[in-house]
Design a protein. Structure first.
Length: 384
């Protein structure tokens, strides 16, 4: 009887009063000890309220039912098909909804609904995978910031592939604890590509020069990244990513050696030659022209690069014997590249001009890095 009077009343009641009454009825349905017939009547009334022409009434219904596992399923399914303001609170919270229903919503609905899915208290790996595949960048960013999202590594990788150039997504990915190193390297490349497309850069730097700067910057960042990873599985993962993406070049290897990162060289040559790590490290410890040339040939590296690699390994062993690990990285790298360049005094520039140019660029970059480090140290001393 009470529900019948309610249905009669809402036909003429003001919108604001209808919204208040709708919320009260929904709470009564969920939390009051109603008789079975009263419960059924209340459910019927809630279903009828789905047709109320005022969105504020339907919003009140959505907010009242959104968090309850006991909300009528047919009402919930109708609410999520309503306008975004009505659907969003239900999509964001309702435990009644199945993953399959949420996946369909991610694929078919606008960004605001995708963001509602991404903000749910708990998101399964399967739903995260669907989000990573089809959701917009804003929704993926919300999901990355959600501690209840169970995002698998392959989903993180897919997000990086799709939106690594978007600053907000890139920052959210980098904030993920334990982000795999191959994804971090992918983000470095995408950041460089995004910087190349800036109108200011294109206005003042030629296309060829942009490409050269981009490659140098990415190679340098990759070598720096390799210094920060562990020398086990993480280094192997980085090398395999570089190999599969076509980035494991002679430039990277020579740059890594110039910086003193022999572990990167060992992991790379182990991957490229299928020789054991023990054999590669033996070559590093006691390099010779014949062995290094054969190693480069087996790895598919131009034999023209072999002298630079040989010189790098010899310089590394000399410096390691003399200084160990006492020198700062930039100073060690400066001494390395100076010794390597000194070994080419007897080689005509027209024979290895591109390699000499590469080494000279390294020398310039390393000298600037060393100067910056010294400047920072002087500032600290002065401040103290």
């Amino acid at each position: 009887m009470i529900v019948a009077k309610f249905l009669s009343w809402i036909e003429t009641a003001p919108v604001a009063r209808r919204a208040e009454a709708t919320s009260a009825l929904a709470r009564a349905y969920l939390y009051s000890p109603l008789e079975p017939n009263e419960k059924q009547a209340a459910e019927t009334a809630l279903t009828i309220l789905l047709d109320d022409p005022a969105p504020i009434v339907r919003e009140a219904l959505a907010h009242a039912l959104a968090n309850s596992p006991y909300a009528p399923r047919q009402v919930i399914l109708s609410l999520i098909q309503d306008i975004d303001d009505v659907a969003a609170p239900v999509v964001a919270a309702s435990p009644v909804l199945l993953d399959s229903e949420l996946v369909d919503m991610v694929a078919d609905r606008r960004t605001i609904i995708q963001m509602a899915v991404a903000s749910r208290p708990s998101i399964s790996p399967a739903l995260c995978a669907a989000m990573a595949e089809v959701a917009e960048s804003e929704a993926c960013c919300v999901m990355l910031d959600n501690p209840g999202a169970q995002i698998a590594i392959f989903s993180l990788r897919r997000i990086a592939e799709r939106f690594g150039a978007v600053p907000s997504v890139r920052n959210a990915l980098l904030a993920v604890e334990g982000l795999p190193i191959d994804i971090r390297q992918m983000l470095i490349v995408q950041l460089g590509a995004a910087l190349q497309q800036l109108e200011l850069v294109q206005s003042f730097v030629s296309s060829e020069r942009r490409s050269s700067l981009f490659k140098d910057a990415c190679d340098k960042a990759t070598v720096d990244l390799a210094f920060d990873c562990d020398q086990g599985d993480e280094m192997i993962a980085l090398v395999e990513h570089l190999r599969l993406s076509g980035q494991l070049t002679a430039d990277i290897l020579v740059r890594g050696l110039c910086m003193g990162n022999v572990d990167l060289f060992v992991a790379a040559m182990t991957s490229l030659t299928n020789l054991s790590e023990t054999r590669i490290r033996a070559c590093v410890s006691d390099p010779s022209e014949g062995v290094v040339t054969a190693l480069c040939k087996k790895a598919g590296i131009s034999e023209r690069v072999a002298p630079a690699i040989l010189s790098s390994l010899e310089a590394y062993n000399r410096l390691s014997d003399n200084h160990g690990v006492a020198l700062p990285r930039s100073r060690f790298a400066r001494l390395m590249v100076d010794q390597i360049l000194g070994d080419y005094n007897g080689i005509a520039e027209d024979e290895m001009d591109d390699l000499l140019a590469l080494l000279r660029r390294f020398a310039t970059q390393i000298a600037r890095d060393e100067a910056r480090e010294m400047s920072a140290m002087l500032k600290q001393v002065t401040a103290a």
